[in-house]
Design a protein around this ligand. Structure first.
Ligand SMILES: Cc1cc2nc3c(=O)[nH]c(=O)nc-3n(C[C@H](O)[C@H](O)[C@H](O)COP(=O)(O)OP(=O)(O)OC[C@H]3O[C@@H](n4cnc5c(N)ncnc54)[C@H](O)[C@@H]3O)c2cc1C
Length: 284
């Protein structure tokens, strides 16, 4: 039986693991963290993602933990932007909580296939297999190694050196899910504002609201994440006519507000034939 080791139990690793298992491949997923968890708040799943999840037999379960929404773009004065290139199906998406989706995928792939608290450290390629070295000193021999270990992927770093994630200068995101918002949110809204800002708010399936503020070419940051988000919300609500986004941010407890510097990874293709790379010095 073909065997695969997937590094990382995020959305990509769990989905890949499920697809491999359904194809009859024996799978081991190695996750560095001591538990299945998800960084971030909510995630929008469009038709293409849902089609993949349907194909893996979990689409209906995912729909049950999500809320449908439609994405229409407004400007900072509240005017609806004309976007004829998007049809009704392009606008429709399912909003799910990242943690809930990862839990569902972990159950679907089988918890017994996931090795928690087991980080990838290095791999060695042989003629007919790959040896994967892990942080607990053990190793796994496999036919296929899948690097699904996120932006700072150690698998990618070994496979294609020089492709480390770099800060996308001045690009930041602030977001939160508010369970009991205390602010009336009559509709979902995505706003393309001024000063490189965009953001908005979407109602979740359980009566909460997910809000997001994003800025390109941000000036240096000052103050708390809440103050930073509030400053940028001004550029999404010209003249303060709406007030919904600012109201949501104001009522969000500070500890629930996630701020991230957005990073980027240069897309690089591996050239030439596979060769056995040297073991990294940090390998056990
Ligand atoms: C602000 C923002 C909003 C976004 N909104 C959307 C959206 O609405 N819809 C959408 O489709 N996408 C969205 N994205 C993109 C989406 O979040 C990412 O594409 C997705 O989370 C990537 O998942 P992943 O599984 O590759 O990585 P991750 O979720 O980062 O998972 C990687 C996993 O690998 C583990 N790991 C790391 N290193 C090791 C190691 N050495 N050994 C073992 N395990 C390791 C980590 O602990 C983690 O569990 C958004 C991104 C941002 C920044």
């Amino acid at each position: 039986m073909t065997r695969a080791v997937v590094v990382g139990a995020g959305i990509v690793g769990l989905t890949t693991g499920l697809a491999l298992r359904r194809a009859g491949i024996e799978v081991v997923i190695c996750e560095r963290a001591p538990e299945i968890r998800a960084a971030g708040a909510s995630l929008g799943l469009w038709a293409n993602a849902l089609a993949v999840l349907d194909g893996l037999g979990v689409g209906e379960r995912v729909r049950r933990i999500g809320a449908w929404s439609e994405m229409y773009f407004h400007d900072s004065a509240g005017r609806l932007l004309n976007t004829p290139e998007f049809g009704p199906e392009d606008r429709r998406y399912l909003l799910v909580q990242r943690a809930g989706l990862n839990d569902l995928l972990a159950d679907a792939v089988g918890r017994d296939t996931i090795r928690l608290a087991t980080g990838f450290t290095a791999y060695e390629e042989h003629m007919d297999h790959v040896t994967v070295h892990l942080s607990d000193g053990s190793s796994e021999d496999t036919d296929v190694l899948v690097g699904a270990d996120g932006t700072y992927s150690a698998v990618r770093a070994q496979l294609v050196p020089g492709t480390e994630a770099r800060e996308h200068p001045g690009h930041h995101a602030w977001r939160a899910v508010v369970r009991a918002p205390g602010v009336t949110v009559p509709e979902d809204r995505v706003i393309l504002g001024t000063h490189g800002c965009r953001g908005g708010y979407v109602r979740t399936h359980d009566g909460g609201v997910f809000w997001l503020v994003n800025q390109f070419n941000s000036p240096p940051l000052h103050g708390s994440p809440k103050q930073q988000a509030m400053e940028r919300a001004v550029h999404l609500d010209e003249g303060g006519r709406d007030g919904t986004l600012a109201g949501l941010i104001a009522t969000t407890p500070d500890e629930l507000i996630l701020h991230n510097q957005v990073n980027s990874v240069t897309v690089t293709r591996r050239r030439g034939t596979a060769r056995s790379p040297a073991r990294r010095s940090s390998a056990p």
